[in-house]
Ligand binder design. Structure first.
Ligand code: HEC
Length: 175
């Protein structure tokens, strides 16, 4: 949003100024500082998606895959106590269940038919993003703990991941 204002200020002066403003504003948009990564996507154009429907379908598929990964990890870490098998899946979980990756799919107002998302997500955006940040922390902790190979600590860290999922669902997802 901010960079659009830069363009408007610059354009009355000269084309060069507006091109310059555009070039200067690009790193701001793409640099990936934390504040802008977690910003609410207000329109499809703020995101990599072609339309809202695609974003909703993508996030739902992604969350289902994340759920399968967690289930598989329970099998690797608890049933089999096989850290070798778990390691690549832990890293995949960390990469896929990140706030930065998932939040662009939550375009403002994309609740309603075909989605279980609650409208309050966009009224309480900061709390909603905190839910994904909390999940990131719990996954990072699980990775650290799993490496120590203590079954009880690992089981506890894994259930904290599950509790983080559930806590957000209770607030922001219809059953
Ligand atoms: C910060 C909030 C938040 C966190 C954390 C979160 N989810 Fe969700 N999840 C949602 C929302 C919102 C929806 C509904 C999305 C929709 O239907 O558009 C959802 C939907 C889902 C779905 C249903 C997808 C479908 O199409 O049936 C699954 C499965 C799921 N989440 C699994 C998980 C798992 C597993 C975790 C933890 C590893 C997790 N979620 C963490 C908010 C969250």
């Amino acid at each position: 949003m901010q960079q659009r204002y830069h363009l408007q200020w610059a354009s009355p002066r000269s084309a060069t100024a507006s091109v310059l403003a555009l070039i200067l504003s690009m790193p701001l948009a793409w640099a990936g500082d934390e504040a802008s990564d977690l910003a609410m996507p207000q329109a499809v154009s703020d995101t990599p998606f072609a339309n809202e429907r695609e974003a909703v379908i993508w996030r739902r598929e992604e969350l289902k895959d994340i759920e399968s990964l967690v289930r598989q990890l329970r099998f690797d870490l608890i049933n089999n106590q096989d850290i070798e098998a778990a390691t690549p899946r832990l890293l995949e979980l960390q990469e896929r269940a990140s706030a930065q990756r998932l939040l662009p799919a939550f375009i403002e107002g994309t609740h309603g038919s075909g989605s279980e998302a609650r409208a309050s997500i966009w009224e309480e955006w900061d709390q909603f993003t905190d839910g994904f940040t909390d999940l990131e922390d719990k996954i990072a902790n699980l990775i650290e703990v799993a490496e120590q190979q203590d079954p009880r600590d690992t089981a506890r860290a894994l259930s904290e991941v599950g509790a983080s999922c559930k806590s957000c669902h209770r607030a922001y997802r219809y059953d």
